[in-house]
Structures are given as structure tokens and as C-alpha cells.
Ligand binder design. Structure first.
Ligand code: PLP
Length: 395
């Protein structure tokens, strides 16, 4: 569609990125092909020299993947996007493109776990040093900046505490020290937060979550603001190799058509559920960006157009209460991941972090009664009653 960047988000979700083809296809079909033939030797040479626009090999470029990339670049208001085989592949592509041995990065301490270990255990082996701070405290970032800091990497709202970092303030701090700012925008999707508007330089998403929305794809994306950096990023991704498949790209692009509708429903459902939980006698505290009790509620309203679908809360009676809740909820499914149409519930102390031991868990701020919800798009009364089935069993 012409001038798609001028239209509203709803229209962008439906139309952005779709390519015109020789058959008049209404959506971009799945070009499930690894390689593209040249008409003759000269054309092959021109394609490789970049003198002619076209496709060579799917790791380098593929129409179905490109259609998805264009749609996400348009939704985020960036120049270009690079689809990757997972959210982690996207973060790795970003870090391995931007950082060299001897560089330093500052990262949110409440960041997706594998992002922290990617920096701390993998990038560190290549001479890249990282400092983890509470990025809801902009002063803490200032204090962590070093002369060789090249990147500040934040996730807002953060995992699993849902703390909010002030993107605009952090962009100012990073830029004043000659560093770039990258934001993991997975929890918000481009519908609820556009970090480029607040000065971020790069955005990553796990496509696995809200963007795809149907719990049937693993994927990720890097979005870049400046067109001039695109070739550099594309070359690096081509060389590290973690590209997204055409079929998965097709599924995510299809998911995006309903992204705005889904995000609206996630927000409405989650708000009602958070308000229900906040006054429940078995619950100590609830953390949700849409509650006035959230410590960074004001910053949230500045940079987010909705609270999202993620809720954390603490059960007063700890580990055993958590297990009872897990074993008695209805409608909710016990699973990790988030952002799908189906509601998921997770109790880290008895599930994902059970092997860690209580002390190590508490150091990681995983308390015994912590429960995380990814609120889906089912009927909200069904969801509340489903939770009550479990909460009522706690004695
Ligand atoms: C899931 C997730 C990732 C990693 O994405 P994968 O697709 O699982 O590799 C990164 N950041 C956040 C915030 C996530 O929730």
C-alpha cells in the first residue's frame, strides 16, 4: 500500500509490508525456497555487486521474510528490520554487530534471563564486559557508564518484576556519553510503546510473544532507526546466520494483522484481573503497569499507551500456596512464554527456578510466592473464575 507510514496503527497492522506480486496476491505468499536462479551470468554479477535489486539466497534475503521485516519496521517507525531465528538470535545479532573486544555494555538487571547470561557468559568470552544495574534508577546508569561504554540495553517493563525504565532519560544519558540505546520491547509490542520516539537507537523483539501471538513460532527481530546502518547489520546477520525461515515469517506476518485488536484485549483483561488480585486476601502485592500502586506508574503513562498483558503477584503463603494455585486453576495453562492468545500462569519457585534453592532464588528476586501471569484474550470472567478455583483452595 502506498504511503503506508502515514496511516494509523490499525491500518498498518493489516497492510504494512505486503508485497505486490505478479499474481496479485492479497498477502505475501510463502517463498519456501533456499536459492533464486539468475537469468544469465551478467545478472548474477550485478546482483552480487548490488547493482541490481533482487534475490540470491534465502539467508541473505527472501521475499516472505522481507515482507515481515518491512511490516515491523513500519510499525516501530524505524528504517529497517532484520528477522532472526529467535528473540535471543536477535539480541545476539545486535550485540555482535555493535560491540567489539574491549567495549563495555550497561544492561538492566531485570532483563530476560538468557539476555543477561548472553552478556555475562558468552559476550564476555569475546572481550565484552557488562554491568547490570537497576535501570529504573537513571542515576545508577550514569554511575555505571565508563569511557568504553558503547551500549545501554534495557527492557521496559522488565522481567519478571515489571519495573519501568525511563527510555527518554536513559537515551539522553547514553548519548551524552557517546553510547547507543537498545530497548527490548517484547512486553509492549509496537502497539503500546515505540522506543524510537523517546530516543532509542535499536529495538529488539521476541516475535515468539505478542507479535506472533499464537504460541506456534520461535522468532525475533532487530529494528534499526537509521537506514545508513542497515547494510552493516545485514552483513553481520548474514555471517552469524540466525535468520528466520520463510514459513515462520509468514505466520508472524499473519499474526500481526490482529496485533492491535489483541493488544487492546490483553490490556482490558489484564487491568481487570490485576484489580481483582490487588484486593484478594491471599495476595501480598500485585505488580502491573496499569495500577496506581506501580512504583513507576507516572513514567509508564508517559511512554506506554497501555499497560500490556503481564502481571506479577506475590502469594502471602509462599511456596505451598503457589503449588496449590498451580494445581487447581482452570482455564489458565501452566507454561512459560507469554504474549499468546491463551492465558498462561507460572510459579517460578516450584517450576522454572525449583532447582535453584531458596537462597539463590531470593538473590535473584524470585520469592516463594511469586506468580507470573500472561493474560490472554479469553473472556475475563472465565479467567477470574479460573483463578478463584485455585485461590480458594489455599488454606
Ligand atoms: C522470550 C523473550 C526473549 C527471547 O525470545 P526467544 O524468542 O525465546 O528467543 C527476549 N526478551 C524477552 C523480554 C522475552 O520475553
Amino acid at each position: 500500500m502506498k504511503n503506508i507510514r502515514n496511516y494509523s496503527l490499525d491500518t498498518k497492522c493489516v497492510h504494512a509490508g505486503i508485497k505486490e506480486d505478479m499474481y496479485g496476491s492479497v498477502v505475501t505468499p510463502i517463498y519456501q525456497v533456499s536459492t533464486f536462479k539468475f537469468r544469465d551470468a551478467d545478472q548474477g554479477a550485478r546482483l552480487f555487486k548490488g547493482e541490481e535489486d533482487g534475490y540470491i539466497y534465502t539467508r541473505m534475503r527472501n521475499p516472505t521474510v522481507e515482507a515481515l521485516e518491512d511490516s515491523i519496521a513500519i510499525l516501530e517507525g524505524g528504517a529497517k528490520a532484520l528477522a532472526c531465528s529467535s528473540g535471543m538470535a536477535a539480541s545476539h545479532t545486535l550485540l555482535s554487530t555493535l560491540l567489539n573486544a574491549g567495549d563495555h555494555a550497561v544492561c538492566s538487571e531485570s532483563v530476560y534471563g538468557p539476555t543477561m547470561t548472553l552478556l555475562a557468559n558468552v559476550m564476555s568470552r569475546f572481550g565484552i564486559e557488562s554491568t547490570f544495574v537497576d535501570t529504573s534508577d537513571t542515576e545508577a546508569i550514569k554511575n555505571a557508564m565508563k569511557p568504553n561504554t558503547k551500549l545501554v540495553f534495557i527492557e521496559s517493563p522488565g522481567n519478571p518484576t515489571l519495573i519501568i525504565s525511563d527510555i527518554e532519560e536513559i537515551a539522553k544519558v547514553a548519548h551524552s556519553k557517546g553510547a547507543k540505546l537498545a530497548v527490548d520491547n517484547t512486553f509492549m509490542s509496537p502497539i503500546l510503546q515505540n522506543p524510537f520516539k523517546f530516543g532509542a537507537d535499536y529495538i529488539v523483539h521476541s516475535l515468539t510473544k505478542f507479535l506472533n501471538g499464537h504460541a506456534d513460532v520461535i522468532g525475533g527481530v532487530v529494528v534499526i532507526k537509521e537506514d545508513s546502518e542497515y547494510e552493516w547489520f545485514r552483513k553481520n546477520l548474514n555471517q552469524v546466520g540466525g535468520v528466520l525461515e520463510p514459513f515462520n515469517s509468514f505466520l508472524v506476518h499473519r499474526g500481526i494483522k490482529t496485533l492491535k485488536l489483541r493488544m487492546e484485549k490483553h490490556c482490558i483483561n489484564a487491568q481487570q484481573i490485576a484489580e481483582f488480585l490487588e484486593v484478594h486476601p491471599e495476595i501480598d502485592w500485585v505488580r502491573f503497569p496499569g495500577l496506581k500502586s506501580h512504583p513507576q506508574y507516572e513514567i509508564g503513562t508517559k511512554q506506554m499507551s497501555g499497560p500490556g498483558g503481564m502481571i506479577s503477584f506475590e502469594l502471602k503463603k509462599g511456596l505451598e500456596a503457589g503449588k496449590i494455585l498451580m494445581n487447581n486453576v482452570e482455564v489458565w495453562q501452566l507454561a512459560v512464554s507469554l504474549g499468546g492468545v491463551e492465558s498462561l500462569i507460572q510459579h517460578p519457585a516450584s517450576m522454572t527456578h525449583a532447582s535453584m534453592g531458596k537462597e539463590a532464588r531470593e538473590n535473584a528476586k524470585i520469592t516463594d510466592g511469586l506468580v507470573r501471569l500472561s493474560v490472554g484474550i479469553e473472556d475475563v470472567d472465565d479467567l477470574i473464575q479460573g483463578l478463584e478455583k485455585g485461590l480458594n483452595k489455599i488454606k
